[in-house]
Design a protein around this ligand. Structure first.
Ligand SMILES: Nc1ncnc2c1ncn2[C@@H]1O[C@H](COP(=O)(O)OP(=O)(O)O)[C@@H](O)[C@H]1O
Ligand SMILES: CC(C)(COP(=O)(O)O)[C@@H](O)C(=O)NCCC(=O)O
Ligand SMILES: [K+]
Length: 262
């Protein structure tokens, strides 16, 4: 081990991302390098059982888009003293990223952290798409200025609501979904919704590429692989990441480690 390497937290740090559908956990080995030139967090996704191990973590960093009411998070929380818990909120600007919202605290913290994760990794213009309970799209320019975004209900959520409010729409069998005209109720509905999402993403990405040819398109969230497939059919190449939100959270942990006297 190089001499200039030491850990500030004597144990790993736990990262928690509480979305609207589920809560996700990761472990971050928060090392500080005295002669740090670049910052490359080492993050591993872990499951609830690993997260719930008492005494396994020095500190926990939490990001939640709901009240922190998830039973899984509540039981993990009992392993920590209040001073070991840091809840992160969207900021006006931090770590080179500037929030486009005038009411900056209203931007979903998952969006804020996913942008921070993506921008740290690419240092170019980024389009960040999080496909979870909602579909969110956020645009950041090369200088780290968030340009704004979109929030759309997910396809499944839209279909469920639509079906429950219409008499003649029934979803039976779902065949191959594609960005093309449908020829059954199911394909008209699903193709229409997915196509609208894919066209919006594509359109924004093409605009961003005009401004910065090195712009990157990042996909995260539960349905990212499916969107990757649909975008590939449109000749759009994406960066997939399961850990964007955690990479944003890890930046906060790293900062706390740097600024806490040993
Ligand atoms: N293991 C899983 N558990 C729950 N949902 C999953 C899982 N794998 C994929 N999904 C899909 O991902 C979506 C949830 O994505 P996620 O990004 O976790 O959402 P959120 O951040 O809103 O909680 C679900 O609606 C489902 O379609
Ligand atoms: C848009 C969201 C519901 C997405 O949540 P998710 O799908 O990740 O659970 C969440 O980011 C949120 O509650 N945002 C607050 C409103 C805003 O971002 O303007
Ligand atoms: K999310």
């Amino acid at each position: 081990m190089p001499k200039d390497k030491y850990k500030l937290f004597n144990k790993p740090v736990l990262l928690v991302d509480q979305g609207n559908t589920r809560v996700k956990f990761a472990q971050f080995d928060c090392r500080i390098y005295a002669k740090s030139e670049s910052y490359e967090p080492s993050i591993a996704l872990i499951d609830y059982e690993q997260a719930a191990q008492s005494n396994a973590f020095a500190h926990v960093f939490l990001a939640s888009v709901r009240k922190t009411d998830y039973p899984q998070w509540q039981s993990v929380k009992n392993n920590f003293k209040p001073k070991q818990i840091s809840e992160v909120h969207s900021a006006e600007q931090k770590y080179g990223l500037v929030n486009a919202y005038r009411e900056y605290g209203r931007l979903g913290v998952d969006r804020w952290l996913a942008m921070l994760g993506a921008y740290q990794k690419s240092l170019s213009a980024c389009l960040v798409v999080d496909i979870g309970t909602a579909l969110t799209i956020d645009v950041i320019n090369k200088q780290g200025l968030h340009q704004g975004g979109y929030i759309l209900p997910s396809v499944n959520w839209s279909v469920e609501n639509f079906v429950s409010r219409t008499a003649k729409i029934e979803v039976k069998e779902i065949n191959d979904i594609a960005c093309e005209l449908g020829q059954s109720t199911e394909s008209c509905l699903f193709n229409g919704l997915y196509h609208s999402h894919i066209s919006l993403i594509k359109n924004e990405f093409i605009k961003l590429k005009h401004a910065d040819p090195t712009a990157q398109l990042w996909l995260t969230g539960g349905e990212k692989e499916f969107y990757q497939k649909l975008l590939a059919q449109q000749q759009i190449k994406v960066q997939l990441s399961e850990t964007l939100i955690f990479e944003g959270l890890a930046r906060y942990a790293y900062d706390k480690a740097l600024n806490t006297p040993k």
